[in-house]
Structure formats: C-alpha cells, structure tokens
Write a new protein. Structure first.
Length: 158
C-alpha cells in the first residue's frame, strides 16, 4: 500500500506517465497528438494513485497497471490490442530498467534510504528526476527523429 502525496502526483507521476506513454508509442513508430498523450497520462496517473493505495504487496500494482494502460491506449487511440499492449510493455520495461539501475546508485550517492525518500513528498519528486530527464530526452528524440524499434503499421489517431 502506497499513499501518493499531491506533489508526487502532479510533479512526478503525471510527467512520468507522459514519458512512459510517449516512449512506448514512439518506439512502435506511433506518434499520436500530444494532447491525447497528456490526457491518457493524467487518467493513468490518477488511476495509479487508487491502485497503489490498495493493500497489495509491492510490485502487484505494476501487474494491474500494465493491462490498465493497455485498455487506456486501446480506448483513447482506437488501436488494436496487440499494439496497445506492446506500447504499454515497452514503456514500462524501459522505465523499470532505468529506475532499477539508477535507484540503488542514487540511494548510495545521497545517503538516503528508500523509506525516507518515499515518506518525504518533495524528495519523492526530486529523487526520480534524473531518470525522468534522461527518459524524457530519449522520448523527445524518438518523437523528433521518428526513431522506432519496429514499425507497427500506419495508424490514424483521432
């Protein structure tokens, strides 16, 4: 169970969701209107707050949020299930990899423990900032240069 303070929702969760969705879609060669990416990211982040507050062991929220993001992508962008799942999975895996590598490094560098970071609203916002900057730049480059892992076919977004 995880209580997310408003600071973490607004300044960490929503930007992280925008990056996750942008990166996942972009790596499939899909570049929908950015306003819709922001809208789906806000919906996903607010859903995440509710799901994280449920009494599940750590990590279960990710197993719930991945299919939920798939449903949101399918609904918002009228894409097929496979593309939606692949985009959600790509974004989630890349974010998870970067976070799992950088978090232990940042904890040892700063001397904080994870409990302290999670309890302090502003540390919770600042701590993942290096990850978000790095992945935000990567997402921007992917969209700007139209880079992708594999082209999933042409899709129209409305």
């Amino acid at each position: 169970m995880d209580f997310m303070p408003w600071q973490a929702i607004v300044f960490q969760s929503i930007p992280e969701s925008i990056i996750l969705v942008s990166l996942g879609l972009g790596l499939l060669g899909l570049y929908p209107p950015f306003k819709k990416v922001v809208l789906i990211s806000i919906t996903y982040s607010l859903s995440s707050v509710i799901i994280r507050a449920l009494p599940f062991p750590f990590g279960v929220h990710t197993l719930i949020l991945l299919p939920w993001l798939t449903v949101l992508l399918k609904s918002f962008f009228k894409m097929d299930w496979w593309k939606a799942f692949t985009a959600a999975l790509l974004g989630t895996i890349i974010f998870g990899l970067v976070e799992s590598i950088s978090t232990p490094f940042l904890l040892s560098l700063t001397g904080y423990d994870l409990g302290t970071v999670m309890r302090d609203p502003w540390l919770r916002v600042l701590f993942p900032l290096p990850d978000e900057v790095l992945l935000g730049c990567l997402a921007w480059i992917v969209w700007r240069k139209r880079l992708f892992f594999f082209r999933s076919g042409r899709s129209k977004f409305y």
